[in-house]
Design a protein. Structure first.
Length: 204
């Protein structure tokens, strides 16, 4: 459920700026992992050497701990496996042109994803939308107060996590292959790669 659209950078910058006073300036501690013996030139070393990234790592560790508590009875137990995959993805940021921005984005998106998926922050919904004029074609959206904002949309037996995007009006979200743009009770939704746009209206 990871999404990394370029348009997220504005929202991410706002989120990081909002955290600046508490997350970055309050502590001089390192990350949640030991910096002893980390590889020279590695992403772990970059996190250890950067107060802002260390703060994000500590925040992710706290959020992951909260998620793990809720995932105790999860079958199959996917949280640990997904976190290992996330760490690999974070470490692949060594290939990026701007490594720090890449790592920062990885942390911010992962924190928001865990907070939404495991319901660790306040939410609004579920809100039901009827799509394409067909009552049976329903989309259910739950909105989460993460940074950046997120929503989880469900349609049939499928679900998509989407991240808030800058928008001139309304609320716009983008997932891996799905998008949702709501304005005044009407939403334009794409569901799946190359799928046509649907018009969905909030159900009474």
């Amino acid at each position: 459920m990871h999404a990394h659209p370029i348009a997220l950078r504005i929202a991410l910058a706002a989120a990081v700026s909002a955290w600046g006073g508490s997350a970055f300036g309050a502590e001089a501690a390192g990350p949640s992992f030991s910096c002893a013996g980390v590889g020279k030139g590695s992403i772990e070393q970059a996190v250890c050497a950067d107060a802002g990234l260390s703060a994000l790592d500590r925040k992710l560790a706290r959020v992951y701990g909260e998620a793990a508590g809720k995932a105790a009875n999860e079958h199959p137990p996917v949280l640990k496996a997904e976190q290992r995959g996330w760490i690999k993805g974070r470490n692949d940021c060594w290939k990026a042109g701007d490594r720090r921005a890449c790592v920062e984005e990885q942390y911010v998106l992962r924190i928001a994803e865990l907070q939404a998926r495991y319901r660790l922050v306040p939410s609004t919904g579920p809100v039901r939308f009827a799509c394409g004029g067909a009552p049976g074609n329903e989309l259910v959206a739950t909105f989460f107060e993460t940074e950046p904002p997120t929503l989880i949309a469900e349609r049939g037996d499928e679900a998509s996590l989407m991240y808030g995007q800058p928008a001139a009006s309304g609320a716009r979200y983008q997932g891996r292959n799905e998008s949702f743009w709501e304005h005044q009770g009407e939403a334009r939704v794409t569901w799946g790669y190359g799928a046509p746009e649907m018009t969905c209206r909030k159900a009474p």
